[in-house]
Write a protein that binds this ligand. Sequence first.
Ligand code: S3P
Length: 436
Amino acid sequence: MNVTFTVAAGGKLNGRLRVPGDKSISHRSIMLGSLAEGTTEVEGFLEGEDNLATLNAFRAMGVDISGPDNGRVTIQGAGLHGLKAPTEPLYLGNSGTSMRLLAGLMAAQAFDVEMSGDASLSKRPMRRVTEPLASMGAVLETDPDGTPPIHVKGGQPLKGVHYEMPVASAQVKSCMLLAGLYAEGETCVTEPAPTRDHTERMLRGFGYEVRSEGNRICLNGGGRLSACHIDVPGDISSATFFMVGAAISEGSDITLEHVGINPTRIGVINILKLMGADLSLENQREVGGEPVADIRVRGSKLKGIAIPEEQVPLAIDEFPALFVAAACAEGETVLTGARELRVKESDRIQVMADGLQILGVDAVPTEDGMVIRGGPIGSGRVESHGDHRIAMSFAMAALRAEGSITINDCANVNTSFPGFASLSREVGLGIEQTNG
Ligand code: S3P
């Protein structure tokens, strides 16, 4: 389906809202729930296409999963050795997380599997997982350029390894830890910088021992997972669009309820505060092993900054929206050390720079980031290249634009944020969605 957003210029965001559940935690809840012994109940599950791809993959491997029904999912765990060979390739749509995490799990199964994806996922680099898995004894094959589909040959005994990750990637870390559940001996992963730690937290929640010392995370194979209850908080990556939208528009005052504020995910809060945003955390609490808060943001004047490189992995999915904040800030914002953005659902450096330039913003892409000089935002038609986060970011840019913004190719917003247009309209964004 061809989905287009047309967003009227100006306005402000007001009110309280709850964004859908966290995508990363929702993926992991299905994976670990399926591998556990006993019944796992999940609440707040994100019913986005990416998570449904993970859910359907486990159903295809014989796991009894009911729901999702209003964010509730019940999983009858099959145990670590209870998955069955799927009769068809596992189709994972747009979801890099599904494919990379499953690569680790599939590498350890007794059966062969093929995993494929849509046009975007079929272009994404998979050697970052297939090479370290091969060092454990796994046998996986990609296309010659290292992209999907991935063919996994089952029945390979795995050996624990100590792996130093060349890129800061939670997907690679998680892939190795999941393979490590099945490996002989100890599997350790060392990260060059902290990345989201939902896998480690949730493994512990399922009763599995995971040792973290500094930037090294280790576990031993051969244990078991015990079913538990999972309460998925709102996704800070989805909250980001409203945080930026409110921060850039005068008179806005929005409260985002029950958002996950795991320290490995709050780069966007840190960066917006450095830019001068009026942002506060209210009602901080812990829910199911993850910190949660209500985030209040009011419109204010933002200033350009040099984004500290250590914040990059902590805000890795938030840069499309942060580029919009930079376009509305006074002065120059410089991002470096973010080469990874070029291999996300789209090349987020190039695609955002192209769209911002169409809107008259002085945005200069660099190899590993962008230089943006804040100024007026014009109007026009921009391409999202099927990237959900690009589409939602340009929608928020309209709050400060001189005329309306039309965004092409927005169907994939459903991968992470079903209902984005209607929820945004409720709090004041002049957004219309047309389905062609
Ligand atoms: C994710 C990790 C990140 C992020 C992705 C979800 C995860 O990818 O971009 O949206 O759930 O582990 P990398 O770890 O490859 O940076």
